[in-house]
Design a protein around this ligand. Sequence first.
Ligand code: NOJ
Ligand code: CA
Length: 569
Amino acid sequence: MRTRAHPPGCEPRRGAVPRPLRAHSFRGGPLAAVLLALAPAACTPSASAPEPVYEEKDRAAEAARLLSGPDWFRHAVFYEVYVRSLQDSNGDGIGDLPGLTSRLDALKALGVDALWLMPIMPSPFADSGYDVSDYRAISPEYGTMADFEALRDAAHARGMRLFLDLVLNHTSVEHPWFQESRLDRTNPRADWYLWSDTPGRPDLPCGPVPTFGTSAWTWDPVRGQYYFHRFYPSQPDLNHWNPDVADATLDVARFWLGRGVDGFRFDVIGLLYESAAGCSMIPETVAYIQRLRTLLDAYRDRAMVAEPTWFGSTAPFYGDGRDMFHMAFDFDYGLGWGLTFAESSAQPLADHFSAIAQDLPPGAQNAIYIGSHDVPRAFERANGIASRWRRAALVQMTMPGTPFVYYGEELALRSGTQVVVDARDRARAPVPWAPGVGWGFTTGQPWIAFGAEPERTNVEAEKADPSSNYAFYRSLLSLRRGREAFGTGSLRVLPTDDPSILLYVRESADETYVVAVGMDEGASHTGVASGANLPGDAQRLLGDARLVRDGTAARVTVPPAGMGVFRVR
Ligand code: NOJ
Ligand code: CA
């Protein structure tokens, strides 16, 4: 039901004027569909019952309970950090580990439980660190191993966990393994990479990842052969078919586990092995991931998240739910939400998250994001519409899974314009912490220019403004904190008679929440979920929507671009 406005105390009643919409299929390509919308027919007065106030648990104690033990990652809020852009400590304009350590309290106060650091190992930075030249050291621009240990200890002292980004599919051309391998065809590492006399091999029928070039083969004049790479030519693929290579990369994970990291984000892990049988997640890659999991399980409370190599179901990354990844990124939501919100229909999101709940094996935990280092800033993808960005974040925080927040997201950080490495740099600008030269990020010249509007988006300014995006984001994180239902509770989508309202229930053993998201940015809507069967009346915790229980039905009213989170038990 769609209304432009209605007088206070007078709510629209169901009518039945069908309105065709074009729906977008979230999980696959565009799909034409016709959905019916119900237009208002009349207006009836509504009795306003007093809102219940449910007894509140000690949320800090609940958070501490949920964030301990092997399931901690299901309740944590992760924060992806591009160390280069978070905080510079020595005036060289490059963010570094001591700088990050100095900002841990700020991140903790925001509600961050775990950090994922983009690659911090030595690298020529031809791909922002995803071209590693030494797996067992720290990039000198970022600091030393002692700085790393200080960061780890400071994080752990605050109850925060630390994930590293492991890039095992390829190295930098500057890695000593490659430097040795390229020397000739007989050296001890001659087949640690994939070589060929021609720019192609029948057992490697795979092209480069789109946007990284047109050929997966580059001529090396030193060895006089071509080498294989799925990414930039400066990132040769390791030959995991050689068991010594597989052992060596597993040993990299062992090295960092021994140094106390709590887990890893595995870069393009599905591409580890290729064969005539396929270019992603072939059985040998699955077997390797199982070895990784066995390795992690030998340590306490560790976890790992996969960067998948496709859109659609991530089920193959989870195995039986216990023998592969703990989490895998939800590319469909992460890359598709902008389009879906622009189209104003709730169905694609309802379908997407319901399908995940069905598809993934028991124990699998979806990893939900709205921004990352690889895509334009979320605020840009929301077309600069703050309410769209906010609702996308609400879905991220309240659908089943673990939220991964890209640094600066809490500020709705704007895109930059300067490019140092490649176009993705637009989403990698430094954090403006406070007004002043260098915006509190550096006392020197920043390695890359700040994004647009730092005077509006700096942390200090946003913190001082209770209506800021930062204030909203913080309230979202604190809403989720210590509430088991959002991390691991069940999901029940409540279909309503209004296709623009996304309504769903999250339920744990002793608490039930309802989330309402208005997909229409231009009009108010009221929808009725006839089979809602809510266990109690609604106490609104966040937002501007209204939810009224009416027997077994529930009636929800959402202002334009509105939202609501309610407790009903
Ligand atoms: C995926 C990473 O997210 C991306 O930034 C990088 O360029 C490629 N993998 C290659 O490592
Ligand atoms: Ca620095």
